[in-house]
Write a new protein. Sequence first.
Length: 417
Amino acid sequence: MHKIQKIKGFTDLFSPESTVYTYMENLARTVFGTYGCQEVRTPILEKTELFARSIGEETDVVQKEMYTFCDRKNRSLTMRPEATAGVLRAFIESGLYTRDTVSKLFTYGPMFRYERPQKGRMRQFYQLNVEVLGTEAPQADAEVILMLWAFLSKLELGNLTLELNSLGCPACRPTFHKHLREFLNTINQEELCEDCLRRTTTNPLRVLDCKVPTCKNLVANAPSITDSLCAHCADHFVQVREILDLAHLPYHLNDRLVRGLDYYQRTTFEVVSGDIGAQTAVAGGGRYDGLIQQLGGPNLPGIGFACGMDRLALLYAQNHAPSHDFYMFALDNSALNTALLLAQRLRNRGFVGEVSFETKSIKSQMRQANKLGVKTCLILGEDEMNKGQIVVKDMATGVQKAIGQEDLEQALGFRKS
Ligand code: HAM
């Protein structure tokens, strides 16, 4: 029988990756919980109309990337390409908005986009998602960004940059569209990609978002959206920045940041890393006032973000040593039980590690230790048993020495610090 393989762009997650996902999920729950976020779980499958109406008909996501199919009663359903639309639908449908003035909702789970798979870009990927609904205060924008940053900082992922922009509101957007159209009329539009050529009439803002290098070059001198903001949006953006400055959170103003989804207004942001290849964005979000109403709900503003867990996991692996503290093995059958009990003692103190159940050659034990990626090997031979000692081998330096078994925690603790 031939083997059945997984679908392209989908992946199986084994430890240590799966452990990192669980860790991030729990950390997110804890950090976002300190801001008052409540967890919500919404279905993976939704009516296609939900995404078409919120994300926008003209976006790549809706036009090319959705997993859409008809069910047995010929209803068009879509596997969620992102979480915001489903969370807002649930918020409206449950009437949650009648209970709270501001709702802070956290959700986590798999999303599906039919994109070309590459490092950091999957067809099934995982997002950690937060939505703060019911306030347009610039303090809320700042808090959402600070919340995201607090979470990312705890993951210690190396250099991350916060990119910030304001996309204006329905009052000022037409002015910018006019300036942008005028600019687009001055360039050689035939050099634009097929999608952008269409977008010049349907949704010119999207042209600024195109990743095709020729398009990027052609729009390099396009007008800046921040120059067209109305007084209300300009003031809102200044206030958001003021709070971020007060909180000493550095950001980079990027007036080309229009995001890939159509529902954004005013504050938009992305967190990017230069360490994961072509897919640089590890998180993105922004304000979407008007969207709740567009989905049939009350006229309430909202802002949120999503982190791409798969990209965070790539960065996590690059920035963190493997999680096992020790691998313990006995050289003699008579030491097997002592090794097991010593390992037990270490785990009680919070150390993470494994113990070998068999005596094998040192070479094959070392191979296993390397496979686990442990920092320290603990070796029990006959001699050590007789003296109440154990050999501690630092896997990074190769240095090893015998210590009293009673000093084991201290030796490992020292290594950990
Ligand atoms: P997004 O920018 O489309 O925003 O996605 C957020 C993050 O999900 C990206 O920055 C990236 O890290 C990750 N991501 C997206 N597509 C893929 C993929 N194919 N493979 C791996 N990771 C991916 C949203 O989805 C908005 N709903 C965020 C939001 C929430 N805005 C307001 N509230």
